[in-house]
Design a protein around this ligand. Structure first.
Ligand SMILES: Cc1cc2nc3c(=O)[nH]c(=O)nc-3n(C[C@H](O)[C@H](O)[C@H](O)COP(=O)(O)O)c2cc1C
Length: 136
C-alpha cells in the first residue's frame, strides 16, 4: 500500500515544490488539485494533504476535496502540511485552527524562509516530517 500526496498550491508554488520534494523522498504518488480532483484512494493507506494559507484559511480545492472524500478516507492515516509565512506561535495557532477545520489532527507547517534549510533548499522541518513518516 502506498502513499498519496494531494495538494493545493498558489501562484508562488511553495506547496507544490515541497510536495514534489516529499514525493521524491517518500516514493509517493502526487496529485495537484488544480489539475485533478478525482483520485482513486483505494491504492493508498497513507495520505498527505498540503495547502498554502490565505487570510488564515486553507485553499478551497483542498477543502472541497476533503468534503467530497470523507468516506474514502476512513481508516487511512492522514497528515496535513501547511505552507505559511509564520515560524512562531502564530503558526502554531494557525495550524491548529486549519487542522481542526479540515479534520486532520496530525498537522505540521513549514515556513519557506525558515532559519534552517536543508541541502535541497527546503526547511529542515520538512526532513523531520519525512523521517517521522518513514518510521511509521
Ligand atoms: C494574499 C496572501 C495572503 C496570505 N495570508 C497568509 C496567512 O493568513 N497566513 C500565513 O501564514 N501565510 C499567508 N500568506 C503566505 C502564504 O501562505 C505562503 O507564502 C505560502 O507559502 C504560499 O503557498 P503557495 O505558494 O503554495 O500558494 C499569504 C499570502 C498571500 C499572497
Amino acid at each position: 500500500m502506498g502513499i498519496a500526496i494531494i495538494y493545493a498550491s498558489g501562484m508562488t508554488k511553495h506547496t507544490k515544490e515541497v510536495a514534489e520534494y516529499m514525493a521524491r523522498e517518500l516514493k509517493a504518488d502526487i496529485f495537484n488539485l488544480k489539475q485533478i480532483t478525482k483520485i482513486n484512494m483505494t491504492d493508498y493507506d497513507t495520505v498527505l494533504f498540503g495547502t498554502g494559507v490565505h487570510a488564515g484559511k486553507p485553499y478551497k480545492p483542498l477543502v472541497q476535496f476533503l468534503e467530497a472524500n470523507r468516506d474514502a478516507l476512513a481508516g487511512k492515516k492522514t497528515y496535513l502540511f501547511i505552507e505559511c509565512m509564520y515560524n512562531d506561535e502564530k503558526g502554531d495557532a494557525q495550524r491548529d485552527k486549519i487542522a481542526e477545520q479540515l479534520g486532520i489532527p496530525d498537522a505540521v507547517y513549514f515556513n519557506t524562509k525558515s532559519d534552517e534549510m536543508n541541502e535541497a533548499g527546503f526547511p529542515a522541518a520538512v526532513d523531520e516530517f519525512i523521517a517521522r513518516l518513514r518510521s511509521g
